[in-house]
Ligand binder design. Structure first.
Ligand SMILES: [Zn+2]
Length: 109
């Protein structure tokens, strides 16, 4: 894992806290982990706390699930926007057609 912080995906959503994690608001949530590949040690980049690999794995799994849910919501928004654009363009076509018919119709006396 490199040190390129530009590629870090920001997880702004608050994590759902479970009892066994004992995470309180305001405390470090250890979302930026550092992996020591030689010793197999996981530490928090922000506060330096040692974390168990299991804890890190579960945190990453949770964050992954959140990210996937967010992608699903974005995709849903995009498809709804597409549908709306199609709807509006049909409406516009219809208006143009109506206007054309009105113009070509013989003038009323
Ligand atoms: Zn931390």
């Amino acid at each position: 894992m490199g040190d390129n912080t530009g590629s870090v995906i920001p997880f702004s959503r608050a994590r759902v806290t479970t009892d066994d994690r004992k995470h309180r608001p305001g405390e470090c949530s250890h979302h930026h982990i550092k992996l020591d590949t030689h010793g197999g040690i996981v530490t928090c980049r922000d506060c330096g706390a040692s974390l168990t690999p299991f804890w890190a794995l579960r945190m990453l799994a949770d964050q992954y699930a959140l990210a996937v849910a967010q992608i699903d919501r974005f995709e849903d928004r995009v498809s709804r926007a597409d549908a709306r654009i199609l709807e509006l363009s049909r409406e516009l076509d219809q208006r143009v057609e109506t206007e054309r018919a009105r113009k070509t119709a013989p003038d009323a006396p």
